[in-house]
Design a protein around this ligand. Structure first.
Ligand SMILES: *Cc1c(COP(=O)(O)O)cnc(C)c1O
Length: 435
């Protein structure tokens, strides 16, 4: 499979280059030159499998000429030892796709672990060393830290906004050690993201290191996120109604991944883009005007993104045709009060606990289904509620069970390096002698 840059569609690279370099030097984003048309029959057939089986079937179509089939099989088995089950609430019709059964209890495990497995495959055959820089608004850090922990030839530096991630999220990315370092930035997630972007464009750093990204600007984090849309489809397809996905969105990697498998033939009627008050994309969908802004802090902090990095991919998936995009994707946004109310209502009515991000997705689906009742709606549950324990407990006024994997983190000691929110500080950390 070949990839082009969204800034220069005639510039193409192979799989290994897109995977290991993450981003073209022209600062565009890599996109597949041609998506295979696999068709609804293919997806109907494979969607009965486990997440790992679905991942294998699609990976073979996409990368079968670059990686031998038996290796692909073992790579996806290594990446996906967990499932992404659909759970129906007591009303019998609200389906929740639980994406938090991986090691960091958020959907980002899926992308991070697939990418780590693929990188491991290409690096084991060379003595190349990769330095991964990643900005996190909360959940990416933990998923990447755990996914890449101990991977040979990879060093990981995570940038996160000080005081703006939950305690458990912080523990996940600051307590592992080994090849993982956490930089605590005095600024916002947008600052962290801008610092990482500046590092990729910096000649000195690129000359000194093989820099790579584990953010969703790397297409190999995004592609695997399509697999669980297929897994979810398999679990609801007997309902006999058109399927609608509601994706709580920040950088729009997750939603783009759904559209990507849809373009290959997964039968989906509609995608709902649900955001918090950072509603650049819902506003664009209703007005045609794309106006990025500094991010606003909300209780769904992993979606506090004022300039979504995957927006351009979303437009490319519809060949930059605004009418086609708005036909297939509907946007809604909700403030913190509405989010809290939804968390409380779902808990009181169904005894089901949602994290604030999931609640935003739930609200988006409710809004869509009010207009389109004869549909089978699936809300993506992007994180385990225990990752936001204090907040969730204060909203539902009930204790939240903490899974063992999270509970053990509480006793570990945080280790981070605090830096100011500018690129020079990052560069000085990475190359102390030159600045
Ligand atoms: C990252 C994240 C999101 C946003 O996903 P994008 O792919 O950036 O749109 C939503 N919810 C949770 C819990 C997340 O960690």
């Amino acid at each position: 499979m070949k990839f082009y840059s969204t800034r220069n569609t005639t510039f193409t690279v192979d799989m290994e280059e897109a995977l290991l370099r993450s981003m073209p030097l022209d600062k565009g984003l890599y996109m597949p030159v041609r998506l295979p048309e696999l068709g609804p029959d293919f997806f109907n057939r494979i969607s009965d499998g486990s997440l790992a089986e679905i991942a294998y079937a699609i990976s073979l179509e996409l990368f079968g000429s670059e990686i031998p089939a038996d290796r692909l099989k073992s790579l996806v088995d290594q990446a996906f030892p967990f499932d992404t089950p659909v759970v129906f609430l007591e009303d019998g019709k609200t389906a929740v796709l639980e994406l938090f059964h991986g090691p960091s209890q958020a959907f980002k495990d899926v992308g991070a672990r697939y990418m780590a497995a693929m990188m491991g495959y290409f690096l084991e055959r060379s003595d190349r060393e990769i330095h991964i820089l990643v900005a996190t608004s909360g959940d990416t850090g933990g998923a990447v830290a755990m996914g890449f922990l101990g991977v040979k030839g990879v060093k990981v530096t995570i940038l996160y906004p000080s005081g703006r991630v939950s305690e458990l999220q912080e523990k996940q990315l600051t307590t592992l050690g080994q090849n993982i370092t956490a930089l605590e930035v005095d600024g916002s997630f947008d600052d962290c993201q801008a610092m990482v972007k500046a590092a990729f464009a910096d000649e000195d750093l690129n000359a000194a290191y093989n820099l790579a990204s584990a953010n969703s600007i790397n297409i190999f984090r995004l592609i695997p996120q399509g697999f669980y849309y297929v897994r979810a489809f398999g679990q609801v397809k007997d309902c006999g109604k058109p399927v609608v996905f509601s994706t709580p969105s920040g950088n729009f990697g997750n939603l783009s991944a759904g559209v990507l498998v849809h373009r290959m033939g997964l039968p989906v009627q509609q995608f709902v883009a649900a955001t918090n008050r950072n509603h650049v994309v819902p506003s664009y969908l209703s007005t045609g005007d794309f106006s990025p802004h500094p991010s606003i802090s909300t209780i769904s902090n992993a979606m506090d993104v004022g300039n979504p990095s995957n927006f351009v991919r979303l437009t490319h998936l519809f060949d930059e045709d605004y009418d086609r995009l708005t036909e297939q994707v509907t946007g809604y946004w909700f403030d913190d009060e509405a989010t809290r109310n939804a968390m409380r209502q779902v808990y009181q009515q169904y005894g089901y606990v949602m994290c604030p991000h999931t609640a935003v997705g739930y609200l988006g689906l409710q809004s869509y289904q009010q207009q389109n009742p004869d549909t089978c709606g699936i809300t993506l549950a992007t994180a385990h509620p225990a990752k936001f324990k204090e907040l969730v407990e204060s909203v539902i006024e009930h204790p939240v069970d903490v899974p063992e994997a999270l509970a053990v983190l509480m006793n570990r000691e945080k280790q981070s390096i605090r830096i100011p929110a500018n690129f020079e500080a990052l560069k000085e950390y990475l190359m102390p002698a030159t600045v």
